[in-house]
Design a protein around this ligand. Sequence first.
Ligand code: PHE
Length: 340
Amino acid sequence: MIRDDLLRLESEAHRRLSEVRSPAELDEVRRAYLGKKGSVTQMLKGLASVAPEDRPAAGQAINDLKNRVSAEADAVMLRLETEAERIRLEAERLDVTLPGRGPAPGRRHPLTKIMDEIKGIFMGLGFQIAEGPEVETDYYNFEALNMPSDHPARDTQDSFYISDNVLLRTHTSPVQIRYMEAGKPSFRAIMPGRTYRRDAVTSRHSPIFHQVEGLVIDRNVTFTDLKGTLTAFSQRMFGQDTRMRFRPDFFPFTEPSAEIAISCFVCKGKGCRLCSGSGWLEILGAGMVHPRVIANAGHDPEEWQGFAFGMGVERIALLKYGIDDIRYFFENDLRFLKQL
Ligand code: PHE
């Protein structure tokens, strides 16, 4: 009789324990069987009504049951804890083999890179690097450079004037004067910097742009030195097979003056889209420094001669990177900048 009750109780306890889903439920089941008013406890109390000769065996059987249910409840507790731990670990799962997200490092702007390249080449040729102010006087920007007051570049339409005779420099050539004034010949320097002209923004023009000026003053400097220096520069900048084209040009501060082109480094002179079919790319203005300019800067043009040149950095950058719109350089769009 008791045996049947015990069997029934045990299978019921076993079923309920197997369905337990939380510590609270486990507690409830444990109490229902093993608590003060639990069924197993009740059965132990009921031993009093069992015949004395059956009592030890019945007591033993109930105690055994109690121990088994208790052990099973402990096992369920362990199962619940293990399950909770597994869920916690799953939530914290972390793939330590994933590559880290590195910080996004900055990089040099393409114009800065071209500038640095130009500077590096001229430093290798023995040139110093000098700078001058972007806000200039009429005297340095025009007058000392032998540009008469009726020169079209002096028009307020073409330059940003700050007052009657102060303006944003329209080229880096005024730095030639400042550099020569500040020292004694000989001179061999490049002067990179920002320049300004009142141009509308287009794919080819920007009111702010950059130039690199060059100046060499010494005794017995000739046009051959100009050609040799700029050929050496161009071949380092654009490739050893670069050929040069010198054409007569006019600048008030050089005489004679030349417009210098290099053979197109894409088609090697055959004609392509970059050189508009001509085979040549104009990159420089240059010439022998006008004696009056040397005199204006305080030196004797009978003793000292030299050459000067100027190049547009944006133009060189456009060519080198094969870009067709100067505005990319000023818009700071990372999608563009990251490609160069
Ligand atoms: N300053 C001239 C320009 O802006 C370039 C140049 C510089 C030409 C030096 C000759 C000598 O166009």
